[in-house]
Design a protein around this ligand. Structure first.
Ligand SMILES: Cc1ncc(C[n+]2csc(CCOP(=O)(O)OP(=O)(O)O)c2C)c(N)n1
Length: 374
């Protein structure tokens, strides 16, 4: 191919919403009212869950939590732009897709507590949710492997002639991993029905994006692998919805994979174990707070007369009640039963493990196994 044109979509920034939340009418997808309010509610819900869970972590009730504050638009746009048979291969900041696709909140929270209500039986780090019922795959916590996994699953779907699309997520840090390059190459060569989305939130823990790549943008890397690529405002849910939906539709129609860079910002710490004041300035965070994806969308909905103070207060109250009730429920679960330590490992438990299991059963139960958990 020739030189990349200045107006190439990988070098620009596709937007629908302006900073003040008004929309460019030529780009507005004019989505139905129920869908717009559904998207807004899901964004607000994960913001409010994150606040409550970070507090629970500080109170010593849970060990770890990864908030997505400032990055709510990309996962929620994905949840609405995909079909329920599509598979999600997340990184740390996309577990809210599960909730938007109907996964029960109590079960989702049980993963954070790692208790008996957790479908993963307490074996994963908090904020590493997955669920078969919503086609969301478990993340290994290594940076990168989910990208070739998403591409491989897409290739399998293509071979089986299954009309399924896979979505592989990553942060900007993951684009420096070998797995990223293998996945991009494979996706281009085999024209798989996969959409790879990089949430460029400017920081990989304490490493800024400038230290990840010398390329002009992350999206431009798509060209090196013969993929379609586009850079989109990651704090603009309407732009994201359009871009992701287009990529998903094209993938399903046999037009191959797309690589999307969603430009956003991590407002909170990397996780509950991080103190970002040690490596970035408050002014930088403040600049991005002003571009809050929820506030911008709220302004759009107000302009469209779909939202006013009373309606917003009602939505917030509803979410708050739902979260409070779910926390009460989830904290009633005991820890996972200890015999579950031995399940799901072998189809038939080998003798040495059976002996260990029997030995463990003879011991008196630990106090936390009686209920109440943490
Ligand atoms: C292979 C590997 N290297 C390093 C780490 C430690 N680590 C955990 S999260 C993280 C930063 C990831 O940054 P990015 O991919 O930009 O995603 P973000 O957390 O910003 O969403 C690192 C380096 C890891 N988990 N796996």
């Amino acid at each position: 191919m020739g030189p990349i044109a200045e107006d190439d979509p990988t070098l620009g920034l596709f937007r629908v919403l302006r900073d003040d939340g008004t929309a460019d009418p030529s780009a507005d997808p004019f989505l139905p009212e129920a869908q717009l309010l559904g998207m807004f509610t899901e964004m607000l819900k994960i913001r409010m869950i994150d606040q409550r869970m970070l507090m629970r972590q500080r109170q010593g009730k849970i060990g770890f939590y990864g908030t997505i504050t400032g990055q709510e638009a990309t996962p929620i746009a994905t949840a609405f732009a995909t079909q329920k048979e599509d598979w999600i291969f997340p990184a740390l900041r996309e577990s809210s897709i599960m909730l938007a696709r109907g996964f029960p909140l109590v079960t989702w929270l049980a993963q954070v507590y790692g208790n008996a209500g957790d479908v993963l039986k307490g074996r994963q780090m908090p904020s590493h949710m997955s669920g078969r019922s919503v086609n969301q795959v478990s993340w290994s916590s290594c940076i990168g492997p989910q990208i070739p996994q998403a591409v491989g699953a897409a290739w399998a779907a293509k071979l089986r002639k299954d009309p399924v699309v896979t979505i592989g997520f990553m942060g900007d840090g993951a684009t420096s991993e070998p797995d990223f390059h293998c996945a991009m190459n494979f996706a281009g060569v085999y024209r798989v029905p996969c959409v790879m989305i990089c949430q460029n939130n400017h920081w990989s823990i304490s490493v800024p994006t400038a230290r990840q790549t010398a390329s002009q943008t992350i999206a431009v890397k798509a060209h090196a692998y013969g993929l379609r690529g586009i850079r989109v405002d990651g704090n603009d849910i309407l732009a994201l919805y359009r871009v992701i939906k287009d990529a998903v539709d094209r993938a399903r129609a046999g037009e191959g994979a797309t690589f999307i860079e969603a430009l956003t910002y991590r407002i909170g710490p990397h996780s509950s174990s991080d103190d970002p004041t040690r490596y970035r300035s408050e002014e930088e965070v403040e600049t991005w707070r002003k571009r809050d994806p929820i506030k911008r969308f709220e302004n759009y909905l107000r302009n469209a007369t779909l939202l006013d103070d009373a309606r917003l207060a009602e939505i917030e109250k509803g979410i708050d009640a739902q979260i409070s009730a779910a926390i009460v429920e989830v904290e009633k679960f005991p820890l996972p039963a200890r015999e579950t330590l031995f399940t799901d490992v072998f189809a038939q438990t080998p003798r040495h493990l059976r002996e260990q299991q029997e030995e463990l059963q003879k011991l008196p139960p630990a106090p936390s196994e009686h209920g109440g958990g943490h």
